[in-house]
Design a protein around this ligand. Structure first.
Ligand SMILES: NC(=O)c1ccc[n+]([C@@H]2O[C@H](COP(=O)([O-])OP(=O)(O)OC[C@H]3O[C@@H](n4cnc5c(N)ncnc54)[C@H](OP(=O)(O)O)[C@@H]3O)[C@@H](O)[C@H]2O)c1
Length: 479
């Protein structure tokens, strides 16, 4: 649904930051250049540093791309977009900091506040934003977008929610998990419920295990202050990867409405056992020499404590205690500074109880469904096939739906484009509801506290390797 007629003022708090420059403004421009934003929408940036309008627009322009429009018309779109962008200098913590902004916002416009700020500033910024909220007359709405981290554990997340809910209703809050905006992640629900073939197979009778693998081949890239306080479990597992588990394990919702989908995801989260320390391998990347270049280890990164025990790698097993999944381990493996960059889900099917192709010592390998989320989106199904020839020889081959060939003429939207359009249209299915967030923290809070209290030492692994030794052996049954 496109809300072309609504009037919109969009306000980015923390407009000088990395997220605003690299993700939010480029996504807004992508929507703007396709005519998907309300006409006359304006974009206000608020931050503390002193920036002229020209400097602000220059910062924005540097990261805009012309993916949707030919170069010659793109220049016109860029000019019009930048003309609609305006910078206001102000402190998020003080109502005075919002005075100039308040004087510029138009009275009859919907207002969308994007809190692109460090989380400790959310409550103060939200309180000041609430001072500029529309009061609902003329039907104008106010919505607030937040980015993770939503706390460090269940208690701090609850505290943050209480503070935000003093200013805005749950309906007004849009908690982004940008993974849910990724094209392939949105396709999971289609793959599972629009293809009849998978429905009867999607349970512990036919599925042996599910593996979710998230790897980056870079370190923390100057984000030491943030990362050292959170670590890999809070950074990607408790949110992005857990969301993937819910989409893989949920039952079919009755409809595609936001609450029908989120109710199903919540059922999975509530059926999940808390993570046990014994199910966890933790690692931290160490210095290495790659192609003759010395690469520093995690504890030598700026902003990281030299004696830090923060994990940059974790492998863990999740268990879902319901009839569909009780026997099926969900194995999550996530790490920074590994050999490659990829994010994928691997659904491993069971071998049949009897198979005419089994010999005395070998059976054909089990089928696998691989969903590649990044970098090369695609769906791959591994099947057993006869090798052409006069002998009966079998081998595993792939049925491969690679997006770059299957959808060669289609521009795949960035997650933020999809999510921002949903916020503007009031679509909440891809945003995290408060009860989902609480359930997600309940699964991880006890083990996170245990790791910190017991000062568990992560196993070192070399930058660019395949991770800690202890995480290399398989934990999918019969592997
Ligand atoms: N960057 C990403 O790709 C990404 C991805 C996922 C989630 N996030 C989350 O999105 C939010 C913003 O991320 P970011 O990378 O843009 O952060 P950032 O660059 O560190 O901060 C954004 C802006 O907030 C202001 N700020 C920073 N520290 C402050 C402080 N102590 N007090 C008051 N203002 C402060 C700065 O603006 P002024 O100093 O000019 O006011 C800065 O430009 C964070 O919650 C982050 O965790 C970011």
């Amino acid at each position: 649904m496109r809300n072309q007629t609504a009037k919109l003022d969009l306000i980015i708090l923390g407009a000088s930051g990395n997220l605003a420059r690299m993700k939010i403004f480029p996504a807004l421009f992508a929507l703007f250049s396709q005519g998907l934003l309300p006409p006359e929408a304006r974009f206000y940036g608020l931050a503390r540093r002193s920036l002229s309008q020209e400097e602000f627009r220059e910062q924005i322009m540097r990261h805009l791309t012309c993916r949707y429009t030919p170069e010659h018309s793109c220049a016109v779109h860029i000019e019009r977009f930048l003309a609609a962008c305006r910078y206001c200098r102000g402190d998020y913590r003080s109502p005075d900091g919002f005075a100039e902004l308040g004087s510029l916002l138009r009275p009859d416009r919907n207002r969308l506040f994007y809190l692109a700020l460090p989380p400790e500033i959310f409550p103060a910024a939200a309180a000041n934003a609430a001072g500029l909220a529309q009061n609902g007359t003329d039907g104008a709405w106010t919505r607030v977008v937040l980015e993770k981290p939503f706390g460090r554990d269940r208690a701090s997340s609850d505290r943050l929610n209480r503070e935000l809910l003093r200013q805005f209703s749950e309906e007004q809050l849009y908690r982004i998990d940008h993974y849910l905006g990724k094209e392939m992640v949105q396709n999971l629900i289609v793959l599972r419920f629009a293809n009849q073939i998978f429905k009867p197979l999607w349970n512990s009778r036919y599925i042996r295990c599910v593996k979710i693998d998230w790897q980056e081949n870079i370190g923390i890239e100057g984000r030491g202050d943030y990362f050292d306080h959170y670590g890999i479990i809070r950074d990607v597992i408790q949110n992005h990867l857990l969301q993937l588990v819910t989409l893989i394990a949920m039952r079919e919702p009755a409809t595609l409405t936001a609450d029908a989908v989120r109710d199903r995801k919540l059922e999975v989260l509530r059926a999940m056992e808390t993570v046990a320390l014994g199910d966890l391998v933790l690692g931290q990347y160490a210095a290495a020499e790659l192609n003759g270049r010395k690469i520093p280890g995690y504890t030598a990164e700026p902003g990281v404590r030299p004696d830090s025990l923060t994990p940059t790698f974790a492998r863990l097993r999740l268990r879902i205690g319901n009839d569909d999944w009780r026997e099926v381990p969900f194995i999550i493996r996530a790490g920074k500074a590994l050999a490659e960059k990829k994010s994928e889900i691997r659904v491993v099917f069971r071998n049949p109880e009897s198979n005419i192709f089994c010999t005395r010592d070998r059976c054909p390998p089990a089928n696998e469904l691989i969903i590649r989320i990044q970098p090369d989106e695609g769906i791959q199904f591994n099947i057993v096939s006869k090798t052409p020839g006069l002998k009966m020889r079998l081998q595993t081959k792939e049925l491969d739906l690679s997006y770059d060939t299957a959808f060669a003429d289609t521009v795949i939207p960035e997650a933020y484009e999809s999510l921002l359009l949903d916020v503007i249209n009031g679509e909440k299915a891809l945003f995290i509801r408060k009860d989902e967030l609480e359930a997600a923290w309940d699964i991880f809070t006890p083990v996170l506290h245990e790791i910190e209290t017991a000062q568990i030492k992560p196993e070192p692994y070399a930058f660019g390797s395949s991770g800690p030794e202890a995480a290399r052996e398989g934990i999918c049954n019969n592997e």
